[in-house]
Design a protein around this ligand. Structure first.
Ligand SMILES: [Mg+2]
Length: 187
């Protein structure tokens, strides 16, 4: 189990992650944070999110939304993306609900991956539960409340040594979608 708070990988966006490649590696379950990981804070599911969940479903994944937000927000998001279940007021970074999410998906720490945007809730909780953690840059950070902005500032400070941590070979890189290849295909 990892005892630090750093993510296994830190990527620009949830939508850059190549879940098809991860499925080939044996991954069967994905746990997502919602706010700022899939859409801006409080925003409804958009076309991009709906397509992602359809894609994950087609790949055979089970998906759980794990949010510290209240039920109406998480439930309505879940209903719109479909193909997922949800846990609200998840009390991250407690590892408890990460474990319940895995139970619900019938997956283990070996074939589950977590994606979230905050170190002290999302990533720390996943690490404590022993789940591979991917941190993403927040979808829209400039519209946030002041206390979240302050938290992000502290997070940014904590992430300063991360490139060194990465360099030492501590990270487990996720495959990313090759966007140039896609563009060539469309042309
Ligand atoms: Mg979030």
């Amino acid at each position: 189990m990892k005892h630090n708070i750093y993510p296994d990988d830190y990527v620009a966006s949830t939508y850059d992650i190549d879940f098809a490649a991860l499925a080939k590696q044996g991954y069967e379950g994905v746990i997502f944070d919602v706010d700022n990981t899939l859409v801006p804070h409080g925003a409804p599911a958009d076309e991009r999110a709906i397509e992602l969940f359809q894609w994950l479903h087609n790949l055979g994944y089970r998906v759980v939304l794990l949010s510290n937000n209240k039920e109406p927000r998480v439930k309505s998001f879940c209903e719109k993306v479909k193909f997922a279940t949800y846990i609200y007021k998840a009390n991250k970074p407690s590892p408890k609900n990460y474990r319940i999410a895995m139970e619900n998906m019938n997956t283990t720490v070996d074939n589950t991956i977590f994606v979230g945007d905050q170190i002290f809730t999302d990533v720390w909780g996943a690490n404590r539960a022993g789940i591979r953690s991917v941190m993403v840059k927040p979808v829209l950070k400039w519209k946030e409340e002041i206390q979240i902005i302050l938290k992000r500032f502290i997070e940014a400070l904590v992430m300063i040594p991360y490139p060194l941590y990465e360099k030492k070979g501590n990270c487990k890189k996720v495959p990313l979608i090759q966007k140039n290849v896609e563009k060539d295909g469309e042309a």
